[in-house]
Structures are given as C-alpha cells and as structure tokens.
Write a protein that binds this ligand. Structure first.
Ligand code: MN
Length: 481
C-alpha cells in the first residue's frame, strides 16, 4: 500500500520530471531516517508522512511542499539534524519542515487548561500562516492522517485531539476555503469528541440521508429534462450529503430532528459559464417556487474566502424544501480546494501567482501586525475577525467593505480611515439615519456623517465588533484623558 501511494504521486501529471526526482529523493531519505520506527497502529512509520504527502499532492501543491511533507517528522523523531536537511534539500524545504516541527511543539502542560493550550496553538498557527501558508496546509494534512489512525490512542487523548481539531483546525480549513477538508476533519473527530451524541444520532441521520437520496434522484430527473428543453446543458448534476458533524451542529442549534432538516442533501449543478448559471436558476424558479430570503448570489458577492456559487432553496416535489447550488467548473474546484486551488501548476509547469499576491488574502498580511500583541488579546481578536462569519457592506461609491457579523457603522467608519472613525457624528444606512450601535446587515449602503464636534466615547466600546475600531477608540481615549 505504501509503495502505491508513492507511485500515485509520481504518476500525477501535475509534477514535471525534476519535481518527481525531488519527491523520490525525499521519500528515500525519510524512509531511511525513520528506519524500523512504527506507528501506534503497528504500521511502518513511513506510511504516515507518505499519506500526508499524498493528500497534499491531491491538492496539487508544489513539489517542495510534497517533499517537506515526506520529511515533516524527521527532525522531531529521528537523529537527522537541521544541518543535514539543509545540505540535502536546501533552505526552503528546511524552513517548511522546521516550521511544521515548531507548530507541533505545544505539549500538554499540567498547569494549563485545554483552552489555554488551544489559544497557544491558534496563535502559532496564525503566525506561521502569515509567513508561509504551506506550513499550515502540511499541518492540517498531518492532523487529518493522525485522526484517521486515532483509534490506536488512549480514549482521553482521542477526545482531546478530536476537540482541538473541531475547535481550531477545522475552522482554519474552513477559513482557507477548503470545505472538503473542514468536513473531513470534523467528521473524523465527531465520534471521539462527542461519543454519546454520535451513537445516538448516527442511525437517524443515516436513515434520513438514505431516504433523501432516493427523493433527490427523482428531482434530478425532472430538473435535467427541463434544463435541456430550455437549451441549458449541465456539465454535471450531483448531490452530496451534508457532512455529519455539521448536521449534528444544526440539529443541536435548532433543537430539531434530522427529518426536519431540509438541506440534508444539496443538489449541485455545474454549468459551462456564468450566464448559464443564472439561466439555470431562472428555470429552477419556473418549476419550483423559491423560499423567500434564501436566494444567495455568491457570484456577484463572493464570500471572503473566495467562495462563489448561486444558492437557491425551493419548495420542490411534494412541497419539500431543497437547496440548489449552481456554479461553473472553476467555482466548483475552488469550493472544494479553496486556497490550495491557487497553487495549481500552469501549463509551463511553474506554480501560478504566489499566495501572498492574492488580493483576497489581505487578512493573511493583516495578521503580521498582530505579532506583538498579547496572546489572549490576539486570540480574542482572531476569534472575532477571522473565524466568525462576515458581512459585506458598501460605501456610497459602491466600494465593498468586509466586516464581521454584528459590526456597526462605527466599525465601518474605521475601515475607511481612522480620522473618519474619530469624527463619526451619525450614519445613514440605506439612506436612513440609523443609530450608531445598530448592527449592519449584508448588502447595506452606509454613509458616514462626519462632524468636527464628535469624538469617540467610552460607550462605543460596548458595541463595536472589530479589534481595529476598539484599538483606535482606546488610543483616542488614552490621548485625550
Ligand atoms: Mn506527523
């Protein structure tokens, strides 16, 4: 099995000949270094780095990342030194391996509680991410394989790792837009993190999903016929069950049973171009009545992680509610692989634009400014700015601002300029004067009314959401007090 995975990587059309040599060299080096070492499962140790490398090769990451993945446990677990590694593989691979090793170095200390540990991991992850996001991708792939072999560990350890994954690693994968990996990490952790709930709920969820799949088959036939009749030929229509853990969350949050969750299975329609996507949505709405408020145009207004798609939820056959997701093949690829999609090799065999150049990754750069902040402050701000959902609001000129849910006109003002924030006298939201503490909604147009007489007050701190606004207000108050 081991050799098969290596062959799969080496046979991938993604890597040119010289990359393959590097990957083979890294594999041979790692295998020799790990020698007779075994995993808890009893398997040869080399199977672990190889599985990690294989997963990353499926995301089509560059050869240095694949080599670093093969070598990622070498410094920690073998007698190989950093100097050896640099001599054989150069600075970049050493940097990747070293950074992954340092991320792993947070060991459970008896005087620290789990939350504190998680805060430390989170902080390390983000600092690493700001330097080179590939480090975090290797770490996520490492975690994924460790979860697959979690059953060989002690139950307490299983639970701790599973919870840590759900609280930290999965949200990061989600924020990077790698929805597939986020779902996998959560589903692998679910039975270990919440064993009782898992036992209780799984049979019901499974049964409901099976029923639902039968039903969707019929829906697909109707849809296909109607699309074709209107000259819209889908490249693909498929449905995939929602991930179990996210279902469990939904059932818990809304306190409902699986049979009452309508979007258990979403139908995905992949079409050749954007205009066809809008056409298909129109056709769906002529067959089935849309549920008001659930038409979402993430093509015109992509999510902050770059996700694009049209979503609509309709009263479908037998008045049952079904969600449709409509997208082009590029959007589909991005939805599955997120940030990793940008690494894909162009035809020349060179990786496309570097990740730091991607405009949508502004937040990665922003994180560098946080290096000197206190750990708790840092983590708090990340939880709010980074891991929570975002809204998009507009300036009167139509510039878009991306803010955490719950943000107010004050938060908005500070994203434009700190001086504007300091002089907010009032705000018009969609043309109406609105209280400053009022939370903004997606799509609203916000106009700030400046006033020389106004200045930040302590009560603003009660309702602002962004750490940026909080920082500015505090510094204004300090200066004037
Ligand atoms: Mn590892």
């Amino acid at each position: 099995m081991t050799v098969n995975l290596l062959h799969k990587i080496l046979n991938s059309p993604v890597y040119p000949e010289e990359d393959k040599e590097l990957i083979q060299k890294a594999y041979d080096f790692a295998r020799r270094a790990h020698g007779e070492q075994k995993r808890f499962s009893g398997h040869d140790f080399i199977e672990h780095p190889l599985a990690v490398a294989y997963f990353l090769s499926e995301l089509k990451l560059d050869a240095n990342t694949i080599a670093a993945a093969l070598l990622h446990d070498i410094i920690e677990d073998t007698s190989i030194t950093e100097k050896d590694l640099k001599k054989h593989f150069g600075k970049e691979i050493l940097f990747l391996v070293d950074s992954v090793t340092k991320l792993a170095k947070i060991k459970k200390a008896p005087h620290r509680d789990d939350n504190k540990d998680q805060a430390l991991i989170l902080r390390k992850m983000f600092l690493a991410m700001a330097k080179d996001i590939r480090v975090v991708l290797i770490k996520l792939a490492d975690r994924r394989h460790n979860l697959q072999t979690l059953k060989y560990l002690r139950p307490e350890k299983q639970k701790r790792i599973a919870l840590e994954t759900i609280n930290i690693y999965a949200p990061i994968a989600g924020r990077l837009g790698i929805g597939k990996l986020k779902g996998e990490l959560e589903d692998l952790s679910f039975p270990h993190a919440y064993p009782d709930e898992y036992q209780n709920m799984m049979p019901r969820i499974k049964e409901t999903i099976e029923d639902r799949e039968q039903y969707i088959k019929k829906v697909k036939r109707t849809l296909e016929k109607r699309l074709k009749r209107n000259g819209v030929i889908p490249l693909d229509i498929h449905s995939r069950a929602k991930h179990y853990y996210s279902l469990f969350q939904k059932m818990k949050k809304k306190n409902v049973d699986a049979s009452n969750i309508y979007d258990l299975v979403a139908v995905r329609i992949v079409l050749g171009d954007i205009s066809k996507c809008y056409e298909a949505m129109g056709i769906i709405h002529t067959i089935w009545r849309p549920v008001p408020g659930l038409i979402k145009d993430y093509i015109a207004l992509p999510k902050p992680n770059g996700y694009k798609s049209l979503h609509t939820t309709v009263f479908c056959e037998q008045e049952k509610i079904v969600e449709f997701q409509i997208r082009t093949p590029e959007m589909h690829h991005h939805a599955e692989y997120g940030i990793a999609a940008h690494w894909e090799y162009s035809e020349s065999g060179k990786p496309k634009v570097s990740i730091a150049e991607q405009k949508e990754l502004e937040w990665v750069k922003k994180m560098r400014d946080w290096k000197d902040a206190k750990a708790e402050e840092f983590v708090e701000s990340l939880k709010i700015d980074f891991l929570s959902e975002r809204i998009f609001v507009f300036t009167p000129n139509g510039d878009v601002r991306d803010l955490p849910v719950g943000s107010t006109s004050i938060d908005f003002a500070y994203t434009i300029h700190s001086e504007i924030g300091d002089q907010v006298g009032g705000a018009k939201v969609d043309g109406k004067i609105t209280a400053l503490k009022h939370p903004l909604k997606n799509g609203q147009v916000v106009e700030i009314i400046k006033s020389k007489k106004s200045k930040p007050t302590r009560d603003w701190l009660e309702f602002v959401k962004t750490s940026e606004a909080r920082k500015r207000i505090n510094s204004f108050l300090r200066k004037t007090s």
